[in-house]
Design a binder for this molecule. Structure first.
Ligand SMILES: C[S@@+](CC[C@H](N)C(=O)[O-])C[C@H]1O[C@@H](n2cnc3c(N)ncnc32)[C@H](O)[C@@H]1O
Length: 239
């Protein structure tokens, strides 16, 4: 079964770096600093929708005990390869966050960089938030972002390395169709990647209410620190 990102996972890092450059790096450093200021080593962190390990790999290198949850096998393979190159072991669950079952022993959970928009209905949203809640110790933290409608738009990137065209079109009930059509030029050779999947816009208050109904308390609104990302960021705590 193909999942979002499977066709271009091997070039995901390159495509994101080419698309967002220094802004992407700065965002990563800011997020790592926030995590380090929230829980100190030794601590257990679960990274829901870990992608290729943008956050989980540096966190493992800092000494956190990290578990990654990622439904796209090809993304997980990229992540695992990076761990292997550093002689690190990776503990993973290859599945969706709403399918994850775990004992409540994590100090912090991450659900960041638009993971929410892959959840396509209220049941998936509630189940995912219940899972994040269930994974945490009492007093544990969740870092989550809620993408605004601003990021649901077409864009193009043209560099010497990539020609990227993203088309985002409204389907119904806040569901959009996301189409990726990207050419990567490497060593004079050109590779084309196509991807097409559904994403959903979530109203901020719907998500915040669901978090609160599931037992989370809002500790910090970090949205000002993340201005320009198109998402609101929050630290929640398990009561
Ligand atoms: C834009 S990437 C962000 C990756 C990573 N969190 C980061 O900060 O770089 C979104 C990731 O969420 C994953 N994803 C999609 N649906 C998911 C779900 N239901 N549960 C967990 N992860 C999901 C995708 O496969 C993708 O790797």
């Amino acid at each position: 079964m193909t999942t979002p990102h499977s066709s271009w996972a091997e070039n995901y890092d390159l495509i994101y770096t080419e698309s967002f450059g220094g802004f992407y790096d700065a965002l990563t450093h800011k997020t790592l600093d926030i995590i380090k200021n929230t829980v100190s080593v030794p601590a257990k962190i679960v990274d829901f929708g870990a992608g290729t390990g943008r956050l989980s790999l540096p966190l493992s290198l800092y000494g956190y005990e990290v578990l990654v949850v990622e439904p796209c096998l090809e993304m997980l393979i990229q992540l695992s390869q990076k761990y292997l190159e550093r002689d690190l072991e990776v503990v993973n669950f290859n599945g969706k966050m709403q399918e994850f079952e775990v004992q409540s022993d994590f100090d912090m959970a991450l659900c960041v960089f638009t993971v929410l928009l892959y959840l396509l209905d209220e049941n998936e949203l509630r189940k995912s938030i219940e899972v994040a809640y269930g994974a945490l110790k009492i007093g544990g933290y969740l870092l989550i972002d809620i993408p605004s409608r601003d990021i649901f738009r077409d864009f193009k990137v043209n560099t010497e390395v990539i020609k990227r065209s993203v088309n985002v079109s409204y389907v119904h009930d806040d569901i959009y169709s996301y189409q990726e059509n990207t050419e990567v030029i490497k060593n004079g050779e050109s590779f084309n990647y196509l991807d097409n999947f559904k994403i959903k816009y979530w109203d901020k208050n719907t998500v915040l209410n669901c978090l609160s109904e599931c037992g989370f308390d809002l500790i910090k609104d970090l949205s000002d620190e993340y201005s320009g990302t198109g998402s609101s960021y929050y630290i929640m705590q398990k009561l």
